[in-house]
Design a protein around this ligand. Structure first.
Ligand code: PEP
Ligand code: MN
Length: 267
């Protein structure tokens, strides 16, 4: 597959987390209002999550759905960071998003599945990240192609970023399947085998597409020794402006986290 020897920093080099526990990043699919973002952040802080996530620019499959508040939401980054003291992660899909997210204090950026799939897009973002010291999380491409996922990781790596993690969010399929996206766990396992020190984060929200399955997909990821989980949460999931079916309340998240068995607790 890849001939390049890549070495990545461990999660503990760039995020404050309990060494023995998986990294937990949580927050709404979309930053809907300042109040929603801050109040969700405050509820999540009580659960000791390591970072808050929220989409500012939303890559929606179909037009006419909520595409994020965009620039209007940027000042809310400061508000949620001040209220919680936690780092803030958001999706970027263009060099302009990167410039704006950095200007407004985003601490962690992620590249979404619909961007990872496009080498031109990834390279444009890699160019914008040259000389920038910020962790970048790279979701798998929507199609099940490991080489494309690795190619995106290499492009960001070649921009000088060493604080990288892969996010496994499953793969689009036209078939009727149990989950919204097919996990195809073997692809992520192969990535882990090829790059043993690359942290990998499971995204049970986008894999399953339904809140009743978040626990089982999270446990599966931990059983495969993933380093963390990104789980969407919302104060009123049924009325979320995007991905309503898969978001969990902070109270439900607390129960999920308490029920998950990590290797440390089982061995
Ligand atoms: C998201 O994290 O809300 C998102 C749009 O993710 P994905 O790129 O996995 O679809
Ligand atoms: Mn989402």
């Amino acid at each position: 597959m890849s001939k390049q020897k890549l070495t990545f920093n461990p999660l503990s080099a760039w995020i404050n987390k309990d060494e023995k526990k998986p990294l937990i990043i949580s927050g709404p699919c979309s930053a809907e209002t300042e109040e929603q973002l801050v109040n969700t952040g405050l509820a999540l802080k009580k659960l000791n999550v390591s970072a808050i996530r929220a989409g500012i620019w939303k890559p929606r499959t179909k037009p006419g759905t909520f595409e994020g508040n965009g620039a209007a939401a940027l000042p809310w980054i400061k508000s949620v960071k001040e209220a919680t003291g936690l780092p803030f992660a958001t999706e970027v899909a263009t060099p302009q998003h990167i410039e704006e997210a950095l200007k407004y204090g985003a601490d962690i950026l992620w590249i979404g599945a619909r961007s990872t799939v496009n080498p031109f897009t990834v390279q444009d973002m890699a160019d914008a990240l040259k000389g920038v010291d910020i962790p970048v999380l790279i979701k798998n491409p929507i199609n099940p192609e490991l080489a494309l996922w690795i190619g995106a990781i290499e492009r960001i790596y070649n921009a000088g970023i060493r604080n990288i993690a892969a996010i496994h969010r499953g793969f689009s399929t036209h078939r009727k399947t149990k989950y919204r996206n097919e996990p195809l766990w073997g692809i992520a396992i192969e990535l882990k085998t090829l790059f043993p020190d690359l942290p990998i984060i499971g995204d049970p929200s986008h894999i399953t597409g339904k809140r009743t399955a978040i626990y089982e997909a999270s446990q599966k990821a931990l059983d495969l020794n993933y380093d963390g989980l990104m789980i969407e949460s919302h104060l009123d999931p049924d009325n979320a402006w995007s991905d309503a079916a898969q978001q969990v309340t902070p109270a439900a998240l607390e129960q999920i986290l308490a029920a998950l068995k990590t290797r440390q607790t089982t061995s």
